[in-house]
Write a protein that binds this ligand. Structure first.
Ligand code: B4P
Length: 191
């Protein structure tokens, strides 16, 4: 498998986080999740966390400036030099363009964009189930539907952005977790 700079795209609850952990283990590269980093900042009540909390709870996107800053800091760490899996970043065209500029500056690149495809009602159910287990503040039905709307407007256009460079590989995301994981590895092998 030669594709080691990987972007995961998919609607909220598509399973990006779940699959990124498995793939990172298989490839031996770091899993970089802006969602996890933002939740850690909220828990630590850092300046970034204090700004991000209300935005995340409302199902909106945290500002590009904040997210690009935390992603940049993480991507510059030594362990990302041989590959990385970006989960939940980029989420806007502005973030995608900033990411390209950053990667060029630090001598890295994106080799593949894995797009997890799902059906909306199926993932609303998934996220409501996660709400029972994890109690995340943004996992209630109204916020989930708002996150889906924001995804369609802000993030879905990234499929075209990466398709223009022939980087997109679609992976069906409604099968079981191991089945989706196998399909991801197969998509990378074919990339
Ligand atoms: P994220 O943390 O990225 O969360 P997500 O999109 O909700 O979930 P993901 O797709 O990772 O699904 P998961 O594996 O958990 O973002 C949260 C918020 O942070 C955003 O709304 C935004 O406010 C902010 N944010 C993050 N990045 C940002 C950025 N770049 N710019 C601006 N704002 C940003 O799976 C979901 C559930 O389904 C889990 O319970 C899992 O167990 C289950 N599941 C997964 N795969 C399954 C399968 N195949 N079958 C059955 N269940 C499955």
């Amino acid at each position: 498998m030669s594709s080691r700079g990987i972007v995961l795209l998919g609607a909220p609850g598509a399973g990006k986080g779940t699959q990124a952990v498995l793939l990172a283990e298989k490839l031996g590269v770091p899993h970089i999740s802006t969602g996890d980093m933002l939740r850690a900042a909220v828990a630590a009540q850092s300046p970034v966390g204090l700004k991000a909390k209300a935005v995340m709870d409302a199902g909106q996107l945290v500002s590009d400036e904040i997210v690009i800053g935390i992603a940049e800091e993480r991507l510059k760490a030594d362990d990302a030099a041989d590959g990385f899996i970006l989960d939940g970043f980029p989420r806007t065209l502005g973030q995608a363009e900033a990411l390209d500029r950053l990667l060029e500056r630090i001598g890295l690149r994106i080799d593949c964009c894995l797009a997890i495809t799902v059906d909306t009602e199926g993932i609303v159910k998934r996220l409501l189930k996660r709400a029972e287990i994890e109690g995340r503040a943004d996992d209630n039905e109204a916020t989930i539907r708002e996150r889906m709307r924001v995804y369609a407007v802000e993030t879905e256009p990234l499929l075209g952005y990466y398709a223009a460079r022939s980087l997109v590989r679609e992976v069906p995301g409604m099968d079981s977790v191991p089945e989706v994981s196998d399909a991801m590895v197969a998509a990378l092998e074919a990339a």
